[in-house]
Design a protein around this ligand. Structure first.
Ligand code: GDP
Ligand code: MG
Length: 174
C-alpha cells in the first residue's frame, strides 16, 4: 500500500452520521471557510493538504463522504486502504456518539489495529445544547485506543490539533 501511494502520502477518511459536520470540518481545515448552510454533499469529495511535521512533509488525502451515511451505505471500499479515520459526532446529539462507537467496532473488525483512529466531538460552540460530556467521550476514546478532540468547525476550534495528531501517529505507524 505504502509503495503505491508513495512514502509521504496518507489517506484519511471521514466517518460519522449525516449532519454532524464532517464536510464543514474538512472545509475549515483545508480552505478555512465555514457555511451555516452547508449542503449535504452529493459527490464523494477528496481534498488534499500538505503539512510539515518536523523535518517531514506529508500529503494528506482527506476523503469526505457523499452523504451515503444517510443510507447506511458506506462500506469497506471507502475505508479499507485508509491510514487514518476521523470519526465525527455532534456534541449536541447522543445518537451520533453511539454511531461513532459502531464505526469503531466496524473498523477494528474490518481493518484492524493499524488504522489510526481519532474521534472529534464537533459543534462545541452550541454548548447550551450539549448532550455528550467531554469526559465520557474521552474515557471511551482511551478505551479503544483512539484520540479524542473537541471541535467547532464554525469557530475553527480544535481542528488543526485533530489533524496534526492523526498525521503524527500515521507517520509513526508506517
Ligand atoms: P456532514 O453531513 O457531517 O458533512 O455535516 P455538514 O458539514 O454538512 O454540516 C451539517 C450542518 O451543521 C450544516 O448546517 C453546518 O453549517 C452545521 N455545522 C457544522 N459544523 C458546525 C459547528 O461546529 N457548529 C455549528 N453550530 N454548526 C455546525
Ligand atoms: Mg457532508
Amino acid at each position: 500500500m505504502a509503495d503505491v501511494r508513495g512514502k509521504n502520502n496518507y489517506k484519511i477518511v471521514l466517518l460519522g452520521e449525516g449532519r454532524v459536520g464532517k464536510t464543514s470540518l474538512v472545509l475549515r481545515y483545508v480552505n478555512n471557510t465555514f457555511s451555516d448552510k452547508q449542503q449535504t454533499t452529493i459527490q464523494a469529495s477528496f481534498l488534499s493538504k500538505r503539512i510539515n511535521i518536523g523535518e517531514n512533509t506529508c500529503n494528506l488525502a482527506i476523503w469526505d463522504t457523499a452523504g451515503q451515511e444517510r443510507f447506511h451505505a458506506l462500506g469497506p471500499i471507502y475505508y479499507r486502504d485508509a491510514d487514518g479515520a476521523l470519526l465525527v459526532y455532534d456534541t449536541t446529539d447522543t445518537e451520533s456518539f453511539a454511531k461513532v462507537k459502531n464505526w469503531v467496532k466496524e473498523l477494528r473488525k474490518m481493518v484492524g489495529q493499524e488504522i489510526v483512529l481519532c474521534i472529534a466531538g464537533n459543534k462545541i460552540d452550541l454548548d447550551k445544547e450539549r448532550q455528550v460530556e467531554k469526559s465520557e467521550a474521552e474515557e471511551y476514546a482511551a478505551s479503544v485506543g483512539a484520540y479524542h478532540f473537541q471541535t467547532s468547525a464554525k469557530l475553527g476550534k480544535g481542528i488543526e490539533e485533530t489533524f496534526l495528531a492523526l498525521a503524527k501517529k500515521m507517520i509513526e505507524q508506517r
